[in-house]
Design a protein around this ligand. Structure first.
Ligand code: HPA
Length: 268
């Protein structure tokens, strides 16, 4: 595993001398951020040794290195989801490679269903904590001490300083933001009304199918994480309607500008 990670990182370092300090996963709602990057180098996932390949429509697979604001960033255009059939190690492999490229912080975005009755469709939520409801954990198996400890602390999975900065930035931009707990689960089914109710009882504000594995692996390696979610549908009793992937994408596209502005300001 470690050899595969280093192999991929060595390949990237040979391809470009660019040294990123910040990683970005261009999840749902952040696709447009790529237009703000002064691109130094682009690498297709398929050319990077040991990288998994994207399968989902609307998620192309590229690593983009360049400057965003004052930061040297490496952006993942396309992420790997557990529901696609990748195992947890594959889902999180790129994050480990980014660590070996030198990143110290990771920014993520996603789409989610709101289960907090105060939320509305189109709201943005800063994730301040998560619940791992995936059937597994990416750190199961032999620990690699060079990456991090056997039993990593998760008391500050989402960096309080970055959360504070994001709230200031959003306020200054006049963009309202919610804050709360993201529950990550496998999908690919959306939830039944009973499941949404159950997620709420568990302590979730939103539910979605990504982010948690990547954040676990990043925290294992001591990387500071920041994530925002776009609420694309509601799992709130009385407000539940039929939902499709297209509808999720549509709502996310409408909120993309707000999300991009916040992330861009965060890079200053
Ligand atoms: N559930 C799970 N994942 C999601 C949802 C949802 O309601 N909306 C967007 N991603």
């Amino acid at each position: 595993m470690l050899a595969n990670i280093k192999n991929a990182a060595d390949f990237i370092r040979k391809a470009t001398s660019f040294e990123p300090e910040t990683g970005i996963i261009l999840g749902t709602g952040l696709g447009g951020l790529v237009n703000e990057i002064e691109i130094a180098h682009t690498l297709a996932y398929e050319n990077i040794p040991n990288f998994p390949l994207s399968t989902v429509e609307g998620h192309s697979g590229k690593l983009i290195l360049g400057k965003l604001g004052n930061k040297k960033v490496v952006a993942m255009q396309g992420r790997f989801h557990f529901y696609e059939g990748y195992d947890m190690q594959e889902v999180t492999f790129p994050i480990r490679v980014l660590k070996y490229l030198g990143i110290r912080e990771l920014f993520l975005s996603n789409a989610s269903g709101g289960v907090n009755p105060d939320f509305e469709i189109g709201d943005l939520m800063i994730i301040n904590d998560h619940i791992n409801h995936f059937p597994s954990n990416p750190l199961i198996g032999a620990n690699i001490p060079e990456l991090g400890p056997r039993f990593p602390d998760m008391s500050e999975a989402y960096d309080p300083e970055l959360i504070g900065k994001a709230k200031k930035v959003a306020h200054a931009l006049g963009i309202p933001v919610q804050e709360g707990v993201y529950l990550g689960l496998s999908g690919p089914t959306f939830e039944t009304p009973a499941e949404y109710k159950y997620m709420r009882v568990l302590g979730a504000d939103t539910v979605g199918m990504s982010t948690v594995p990547e954040v676990i692996v990043a925290r294992h390696m001591g990387i500071a994480c920041f994530a925002i979610s776009i609420i694309t549908d509601l799992g709130v009793p009385g407000k539940i309607v039929k939902i499709t992937h297209e509808e999720v994408q549509h709502v996310a596209a409408l909120a993309e500008k707000k999300m991009t502005q916040i992330m861009k300001e965060m890079m200053k």
